[in-house]
Design a protein around this ligand. Structure first.
Ligand code: AR6
Length: 175
């Protein structure tokens, strides 16, 4: 495995990486959670470019990414992906894994070498956080094993709980 998976407890808007991932909704209306934090830290560019993206292309489908600049944040790009709203009977795991892969592929396409990712879907979208962290870790690991070419994938945990879930998931993976 070439790239490193790191777990960092902190605020994704403060990460010194090439690209940060946003846990967005399809309309790129960054009203709450990590999306609101990213929009505020990257104001006004993130909101302006998000609106322009949706005006041009329509809502962001599951399985796709929208890219904006990052305003005055240290990162160069924000990669907006839409995780699943957690629901019984839905293929939550497949949809979350797809959001992770799409974000990583978008980073490579942008020429990024490092990326920071939040625990997509684990907040407002209601994905049980321990499960979300496991799916995210497994999806990143599978992507790297399949030749995914990034130097660093930073899993940013906004709470001690999420940090623990990531550490456990990585340990279970044998990393
Ligand atoms: N840095 C890192 N992680 C954070 C930060 C931060 N600054 N703030 C929150 N988190 P959520 P979702 C964590 O709800 O579940 C928005 O309104 C948070 O603790 O942001 O995918 C969008 O516009 C949680 O672990 O995203 C969508 O409508 C994780 O980020 C909707 O919420 C994800 O929580 C998306 O819901």
């Amino acid at each position: 495995m070439e790239g490193r998976i790191e777990v960092v407890r902190g605020d994704i808007t403060k990460q010194d990486v090439d690209a940060i991932v946003n846990a967005a909704n399809a309309h790129l209306a960054h009203g709450g959670g990590v999306a609101a934090a990213i929009a505020a830290a990257g104001a006004p560019a993130v909101d302006i470019e998000s609106s322009a993206w949706v005006d041009a292309f329509g809502p962001v489908p599951l399985g796709s990414a929208a890219v904006t600049s990052a305003g005055s944040m240290s990162a160069d790009h924000v990669i907006h992906v839409v995780g699943p709203v957690y629901r019984d009977g839905r293929d939550n795991e497949v949809l979350l894994g797809e959001a992770v892969r799409v974000a990583l592929d978008a980073a490579v396409a942008l020429g990024a070498r490092s990326i920071a990712m939040p625990a997509i879907s684990s907040g407002i979208y209601g994905y049980p956080p321990a499960e979300a962290c496991r799916v995210i870790v497994e999806s990143v690991s599978t992507w790297l094993s399949g030749g995914g070419d990034l130097d660093e994938i930073r899993l940013v945990a906004f709470s001690d709980d999420i940090t623990d879930y990531y550490v456990t998931a990585l340990r279970d993976l044998g990393s």
